[in-house]
Design a protein around this ligand. Structure first.
Ligand code: FES
Length: 503
């Protein structure tokens, strides 16, 4: 990298300009934003985003909020780094500041030396009566003075950007995971594992509290710090090679870490006693069941998977509708039907009751490296796994654009395959708010009364070319068949097709 330039990693660039990483990546791919070794030069950032007011950006506001809510310890703990990490980051930055200041003093000395030298040359020119040399030296000195006195271009914006970035570097550290190449920021008191899961990156882990060793990783560069003790014992040889536990450590500065990412088959089956946080009867046909996992035992699963629920001796299988990035909260959508568990939820289940979760199961999961447009299609309560996948894709911030189609009938009156048992677009408000909040997100509600073939046709009509796309569909077999055939005919790669039959 050229000396004295100031480079920023992509996650930070995205935060600074208030865009998702997928937008920044598209700009890089299209040649609109230049990078150097995957980093963006500060001057390039100022050039490409002339309209951004760094001073008004979220990070400063967040600091202001923290100050305003200083009385609230929980907010402080969630947002501010561990005290020692904070001290380390400040120390690192003060070292950089000292180095920059020393360099400036050195430049200042060299300049003064240069001026003296020029005076010497001018004197020598005068002695040999060489007016051309004399004039050249005078011109050079004048130019030097002018340049030094001139205000550098974009000083104010550059200063604001640097100040903003410095705040970000104190509040968070960037993590790069090898070999997958995932990137995320660690904020507040989070361990590297918590921050990765929050960002939707399913790193390998087991107990999440330092006992099993499943989250073992290797530090490639940067500095980490233990924030939770662990009982699992690492061998001295492993430690010498940089091994550490993701669930015990946080990042002091920007780090590169070698760690494994879970695929659906890698996740061990778990049995977790959760508590009912709320039974939300959304309409006559469907309820959202909100569960909370114990502090020491969050559910390890991937978006799109299903689990078995058991309460008071009755059980049932349901897709998880929440994102794995949601910490201990687990949401499931329970259709009102003849299954005993559904009856139990609608009639008896109450806040604080215990619901045991066993699982997860299934391979209807997100492709983590998809940087293409993603099309999600849900039929009736097939919306549950799709909702989880959509939220996962949003937290990953890598999909170029997202299209969500949700087919449902009028409540209790479905013309499709559900025998007059439609659940309706029961979380339509969520879908609309995603579309409102994200530029690259579109949502369309469809009516199942049209039938699977017509619905498949409607969706495909919006996407004549599917060579660069990923499809996730949860619904009846007939819908999957019609969509898959049509999508492949429009160029979809067979690897881009992900279907889950939910009748
Ligand atoms: S997840 Fe078990 S030790 Fe980290």
């Amino acid at each position: 990298m050229p000396a004295m330039a100031h480079f920023l990693p992509l996650s930070r660039v995205a935060r600074l300009v208030g865009e998702s990483r997928s937008v920044i990546q598209r700009m890089i791919r299209d040649g609109a934003l230049a990078t150097f070794d995957g980093m963006v030069d500060m001057n390039e950032l100022l050039r490409v985003f002339p309209g951004v007011q760094w001073e008004d950006d979220g990070e400063f506001k967040r600091v202001e909020e923290i100050k305003a809510k200083a009385f609230s310890r929980r907010v402080m703990e969630r947002t501010l780094p561990d005290k020692e990490v904070l001290a380390e980051r400040l120390y690192e930055m003060s070292k950089e500041f000292a180095a920059a200041k020393t360099l400036l003093l050195h430049y200042d000395e060299v300049l003064r030396f240069l001026e003296d030298k020029l005076d010497d040359v001018a004197e020598a020119g005068a002695e040999v009566a060489n007016p051309a040399v004399l004039q050249a030296v005078v011109d050079l000195k004048q130019w030097l003075r002018q340049e030094l006195d001139a205000t550098p271009k974009e000083t104010e914006r550059a200063q604001a950007l640097l100040a903003q970035e410095n705040v970000m570097r104190i509040m968070s550290a960037q993590v790069t995971i090898l070999p997958a190449g995932h990137e995320f920021l660690v904020e507040g008191n989070d361990t590297l594992l918590e921050a990765a899961l929050r960002a939707g990156i399913p790193l390998n882990y087991g107990c999440s509290n330092g006992n099993c060793g499943e989250c073992k990783a290797r530090l490639v560069s940067g500095q980490i710090k233990k924030v939770h003790p662990h009982d699992f014992v690492l061998k001295e040889t492993e430690k010498a090679e940089g091994a550490f536990l993701l669930c015990s450590y946080t990042a002091v500065n920007d780090v590169v870490v070698e760690a494994g990412v879970s695929a659906a088959d890698d996740i061990p089956l778990q049995s977790i006693p959760t508590r009912v946080k709320a039974v939300e009867i959304i309409n006559d046909r469907i309820a959202a069941l909100h569960l909370t996992a114990p502090r020491s035992q969050r559910l390890h699963f991937l978006a799109g998977q299903w689990v078995t629920l058991n309460a008071e001796g009755v059980g049932g299988e349901y897709y998880v509708a929440s994102c794995p990035c949601e910490d201990r909260h687990i949401e499931l959508h329970i259709r009102r039907d003849n299954r005993p568990f559904a009856r139990h939820v609608f009639e008896d289940l109450a806040k604080e009751d215990v619901v045991r979760i066993d699982g997860p199961h299934g391979r209807f999961v997100m492709k983590l490296d998809s940087r293409r447009p993603v099309i999600f299609v849900a039929w009736e309560d097939g919306f549950a796994p799709i909702k989880s996948l959509v939220q996962h894709a949003m937290s990953l911030e890598i999909a170029e654009s997202m299209y969500l189609y949700w087919a449902a009938g009028d409540i209790g009156n479905c013309g499709g395959n559900n025998g007059g048992n439609s659940v309706g677009h029961y979380q339509d408000n969520h879908c609309r708010s995603w579309a409102d909040a994200l530029d690259e997100f579109s949502y369309q509600a469809l009516d199942t009364a049209a039938g699977t073939a017509a619905i498949a046709e409607t969706i495909l009509a919006h996407h004549p070319d599917l060579q660069r796309a990923d499809f996730y569909v949860a619904g009846p077999h007939a819908l999957l068949q019609a969509l898959q055939a049509g999508a492949l005919a429009r160029g979809l790669s067979p690897l881009g097709w992900h279907g889950e039959v939910i009748e």
